[in-house]
Structure formats: structure tokens, C-alpha cells
Design a binder for this molecule. Sequence first.
Ligand code: AMP
Length: 445
Amino acid sequence: MTFATLGLIEPLTRALDTLGYKEPTPVQAQAIPAVLAGRDLMAAAQTGTGKTAGFALPLLQLLAMEGPKVAANSLRALILVPTRELAEQVHESVRQYAEHLPLSTYAVYGGVSINPQMMKLRRGVDLLVATPGRLLDLFRQNAIKFNQLQTLVLDEADRMLDLGFQEELGNIYRALPKKRQTLLFSATFSDAIRLLAGQTLNNPLSIEVSPRNVAASTVKQWVVTVDKKRKSELFVHLLRKNKWKQVLVFAKTRNGVDQLVEKLQGLGVSADGIHGDRPQATRQRALDSFKQGEVQILVATDVAARGLDIEDLPLVVNLDLPIVAEDYVHRIGRTGRAGSTGEAISLVCADEVNLLSAIETLTRQTLKRQDEAGFEPDHRVPETDASGNVVKKPKKPKKPKESGGGKRNLGRWVDSGEKPEDVAPPVKPVRKVPAFNTGPRKRKP
Ligand code: AMP
């Protein structure tokens, strides 16, 4: 199968030739003809499957082939994404795919000055990539009009809900024309996503390219158990022992990121960190240096997980497990992309056993344990399995360090005064989803 047989026009296939895309991935093979035919989509596709091209290519073709010229301050297609990094990345892909088409594209997100964005939008753009908060700001300041909008894409919809964008999404929907095409992409399909889909999609085609909630099988995953206080020491040990070249490390908190970066830099290892406290420009610079191989270790909170696309990233290390199990799938989706193989190692301490169990249940696998000599934990991590069981109770340490003892709250195992960054509370709330326009939508013949 080729991209041309899916119905894509020559200017797009030419751009794909330049990018070295030889044949469509499964999600592309299913999504491209459906979007070209004007269908709504509900696609369960994890990152690394080629989903961006799956929606962007047919969308660009529809924009190029039909519809009016874009008016001032207007847009014809909108791609909503959860984070700034993803906005940049999706826009970069769109720009490459649209290289030979006479279309204007742009990305807007918060954390940077709004004025240049307002200026740029004056002439209108055919396709806009946006994070929900900044889009609403621009709309409220009359910098954006939606009356020409024909297609809406919700990319990583699960993440948008995790980050608490329900209200913004509701406000955006209410401002959009009812007659439109809507494409919803999500790595995971919770009840909240299904509810959202039911309210926003019109007779959608469902696409599922890999078993739901299962991490890419091209990623070799395992766990090393260790005491919490020895995690960074273990990381340095593994780094040296295995001579790792390029590693993306996930830590739960901003402090956790900063501390590991400092430790590594102190040891002469080139490392940088990205988290929400750092200005956008600094984050982008760190990402770029990492992508170009100038920085060997990039330490990030989950905020980075969605936007990072590095070809053939060999290794992801979870210094801490994510509080929301779905984030594990997103984190390790940074490696083993588009057919290459990768490794994902999680350093797990006793406090994290329930998080580990939730991840194993979600991904339907029991993660192999491979402990490191010299780092065997004093606080044993109980055995877990994919059915959600914590098989044996942990032995109670004789002298617990934390005062109070007893049952621990998973949400509070971080050092006091620190909060995990950009994650939902441990139990994902299905917050009230605003009522969207659910009436029948007329479709163009
Ligand atoms: P995505 O899942 O959209 O984040 O894409 C993952 C990676 O796969 C990106 O680096 C894309 O450039 C790449 N990619 C997407 N489609 C193809 C394809 N058909 N052939 C080769 N690489 C692709």
C-alpha cells in the first residue's frame, strides 16, 4: 500500500518522499481515507504510531482542495493539543507535510507573549495548532473567529482531560460551528473520554490500532527495585555500567528533576532538565540540545512527555513511576517509535508498589524485575501481577523513618512541600463535563 493509493495528492506524497515515509502505518491506512471522506473519527492510537500524519495529511488535503480563502482572524482547521511542546511538534510535522501546498499554518500556546500571536492571526490561518487555554484567551480578545472552521482535531484527548481542560474544551465547543468534522485521538479510552466522544462526534468511525492501553510491544520494559533514597545513585551506576548514550529520564517533581540534573552535572555528565518552572525558551533549548545529541541526559516531568519526538530514542528511565498509570504508556512511547526498538527501565521503591500494580493492570503485563547487585532494597517491593494484585504484603521495616507509620497515602510520598507536576490526582476524577452541543449536525453533501 502506498500513500497515493490512499488518495493523497502529489504535493503531499512528494513531501512524504522527502521525509522518507515509505508506506502508511496502520493508523494512517485507516484514518486517511476516512478523513478524506468527511467522516468523524474516534481513534485509539498511542504516540509513536504515526497518528499525527494520520490526521494531518488528509486534513491538509481537504483544506487545499476545497473551501473558501481564509478570512482575517479566521481559521479553517483547529488542532487542540494538551501541551506547548506537543503544539510545537505537531506544527512542525504539519509544516513539513504542507511544504508544497499553498496553506498557512501556525501554533499558539501559553507561556509566551500573546501579542505576536495576535499579530500573526490578523491575516487568518488555514490550520492552527493550539493549547486550549491560550486559544480561549485569543478568542476572548477577538483575535480569533471560528465561523470558517470546518475541522476540529482533539489530539491526546485523554491528556487534555488529565490536565483539567474540561471547562476550556466546553467553552471552545460552544463557540465552534455545529457543522464541522471532528477527529478525536487518544492513547487511552476512559469513561470520561467516551463521554466526551459521545457529545462531540457525529457517527464516528472507530479506529484502534493496538490493543487498548497496551504499551508498544517494541519497547523492552523492566523494573529495578531500590530504596527511594538510593534512586539517583542507582541511576548513575547504571549509566556508567551500561555506558548509556542518550537517556530521557522522568522524575515526578520539579525538585526531583533539578536534583538529578545537578548531581549529573557535578559528575561531569552533560544533563539538562525540563519542567513547568522553566521558561518556554529554556525548555525548548534543552529539548533541542538533547535531540541534537549535545546533551546526553534529559530529565523531565510529565509535562515533557507529550511533545518529545526523537527518532530512535533508545532508552527511557522512570526515576519515579507516574501517579497516573496512563502516563507510563505515554512516557515509554518516547522510545520504540515507528518500528524501532527501545528500552524502558523503571526504578521502583516500596512506596510505589500500588503505582506499579496499576501500570501492570493497565498494560496487561507483569513487568520483569532485574535487580542490581549492591542496590537490593532494605524496604522490599512486594510482588505484583497484571491482575492488579499486590501478591505479598511488604515486611514492615523495623524502624520506619517517617513518623505516623500506618497506611500511606500514595499521593503524599513526595517530600513535603513538593507536588508532582502536571498530573491528575492519584484517583482520576471524572469531573463534570460541560454539556456540549449534542444536537444533530448537518453535514456537507
Ligand atoms: P507520531 O505517532 O505521530 O508521534 O509519529 C511518530 C514518528 O513516526 C514521527 O517521528 C513521525 O515522523 C514518524 N512517522 C509517521 N508516519 C511514518 C511513516 N509512514 N513512515 C515512517 N515514519 C513515520
